[in-house]
Write a protein that binds this ligand. Structure first.
Ligand SMILES: *[C@@H]1O[C@H](CO)[C@@H](O)[C@H](O)[C@H]1NC(C)=O
Ligand SMILES: *[C@@H]1O[C@H](CO)[C@@H](O)[C@H](O)[C@H]1NC(C)=O
Ligand SMILES: *[C@@H]1O[C@H](CO)[C@@H](O)[C@H](O)[C@H]1NC(C)=O
Ligand SMILES: *[C@@H]1O[C@H](CO)[C@@H](O)[C@H](O)[C@H]1NC(C)=O
Ligand SMILES: *[C@@H]1O[C@H](CO)[C@@H](O)[C@H](O)[C@H]1NC(C)=O
Length: 407
């Protein structure tokens, strides 16, 4: 036994140290002191959303290819072993069109897998028609009966004439999501998602947030606790900063802002500066003194690795109802930021749309519990009941699948 164990133990040590090295270099800011996050499960069941709410209020995604790394066949295997390799890999990821397409594929698959809606109207805003065609092509890999549920509509991204360069600002088209009211004059409301999210439950539930906004509230946003830890501090809105990966927006109300839309109002107020300020910072700056415009929701609706920080606002419904939208912010579906994010992403990346949810649930549960024995230095290591929060949607889907008569 001893003879057998030592080479295994040795290679485990090597792997573990490489992982730690990778982690240390890539995310030094996670090394803040953290205390366990207590989440008390509560019964906070929303009224169920049925039907196809995106017909009334479309889902919106923005996909731009220009200025991105054009090697569409580039391998995204992380084989980095040295500091320099890791930096190179992160640069490759940041610019990678392959990554963007893979993420979009996973997002659409999880949308179709968990949702019961028979139609999904999705406005795909792109820089060129060719980019839109690539998105269409991607959906051709889905089984016909699922593909028929998608109704993709093309719109061009919209930017104000007076700010040339805003299109390329930070990353291609990131600012586009601030100009939805301007770009989509015929829509009353929309639900916007970054392409680096996957759904872990029925996406239509997000649409309930449009209805729960009070008169005067124009957007619903979840926290971005990274702002609390930043040094030097950036101005932020909400309890802990707000994340723009998921934006539930009443465009009719946004059009009442000075300039006729959110982005235009931000620019008017000068929140664009100092450069380089990305759109999320600008939005936080803009909303800082306008809390009446925002319905702040829990991270259940937009859960990034930073949602696990002990400084993050608590999220009882993350555990009781399950995380609905998992957000691989800052490329965390492709690098070693939080191992459980990688587990979830890899499980859905290879998912077949007719996969039995119980099989997937068993597989994912096992993998997640293996990760519990890793070093406790990942952002979600001490987050109480994180495994449950990540798998509630799948548990629900498997009980419906195995006992369809319960509904
Ligand atoms: C989690 O808790 C352990 C034990 O208290 C501690 O050593 C570790 O630093 C914590 N991890 C994080 C990411 O806070
Ligand atoms: C990407 O490469 C293709 C063919 O190699 C080329 O036609 C296209 O213009 C390139 N796109 C960009 C954005 O550089
Ligand atoms: C890692 O993989 C890339 C692409 O597959 C390759 O070009 C590179 O040489 C590899 N690097 C190492 C250190 O093996
Ligand atoms: C959006 O706001 C307008 C104006 O207040 C309102 O008439 C409309 O019903 C709202 N849309 C939704 C989906 O709640
Ligand atoms: C479980 O997941 C692993 C890793 O994603 C995969 O290799 C394996 O085939 C899966 N097993 C089943 C039964 O789905």
């Amino acid at each position: 036994m001893g003879n057998f164990a030592s080479p295994v133990a040795c290679s485990l040590v090597v792997v573990a140290s490489l992982c730690l090295l990778n982690f240390l270099i890539v995310v030094p800011h996670y090394f803040y002191k953290m205390t366990p996050v207590e989440n008390i499960p509560q019964n906070t069941k929303e009224s169920p959303v049925t039907g196809s709410p995106s017909i009334q209020a479309p889902m919106v995604v923005v996909v731009c290819e220009a200025a991105l790394n054009n090697g569409s066949h580039q391998s995204l295997v992380n084989n980095a072993t040295t500091v320099k390799d890791i930096e190179k890999y992160v640069d490759l990821l940041r610019e990678s069109w392959t990554r963007q397409l893979e993420q979009l594929n996973s997002m659409l698959k999880t949308l179709l897998y968990f949702s019961k809606s028979d139609k999904w109207r999705i406005i795909v805003m792109t820089d060129t028609v060719s980019t839109f065609n690539k998105v269409i092509k991607l959906t051709h890999t889905f089984p016909e009966r699922h593909r028929q549920r998608l109704e993709l509509q093309h719109e061009k991204v919209w930017f104000p004439d007076k700010y040339p360069g805003i299109k390329e600002h930070w990353r291609p088209c990131v600012w586009a999501k601030q100009f939805l009211a301007e770009a989509l004059p015929h829509e009353d409301s929309v639900v916007y998602f970054d392409t680096d999210v996957v759904f872990l439950g029925p996406a239509e539930e997000v649409w309930s947030l449009l209805r729960s906004m009070k008169t005067g509230q124009a957007v619903s946003l979840a926290p971005e606790p990274q702002y609390i830890l930043d040094n030097p501090k950036r101005p932020y809105a909400g309890r802990a900063g707000l994340n723009t990966g998921v934006i539930i927006a009443n465009l009719t109300r946004l059009r009442q802002l000075p300039g006729g839309g959110l982005g235009s109002a931000i620019l008017r107020e000068g929140s664009f500066y100092p450069l380089p300020r990305h759109d999320q910072d600008a939005l936080n700056h803009f909303l800082m003194n306008k809390p009446h415009l925002v319905q702040e929701v829990t991270s259940r609706w937009n859960f990034a690795p930073s949602s696990c920080f002990s400084s993050a606002p608590s999220c009882p419904d993350c555990v009781s109802a399950g995380i609905l939208v998992l957000h691989g912010a800052d490329m965390s579906f492709y690098r070693n930021v939080e191992r459980k994010f990688l587990t979830m992403y890899n499980a859905v990346k290879w998912l077949k749309l007719d996969e039995n949810p119980s099989v997937l649930l068993n597989n994912v549960t096992l993998q997640l519990s293996h990760k519990d024995s890793w070093t406790p230095y990942f952002p979600c290591s001490n987050y109480t009941n994180i495994n449950l929060a990540l798998t509630q949607g799948l548990s629900h889907a498997s009980s419906l699948h195995d006992h369809p008569s319960i509904i």
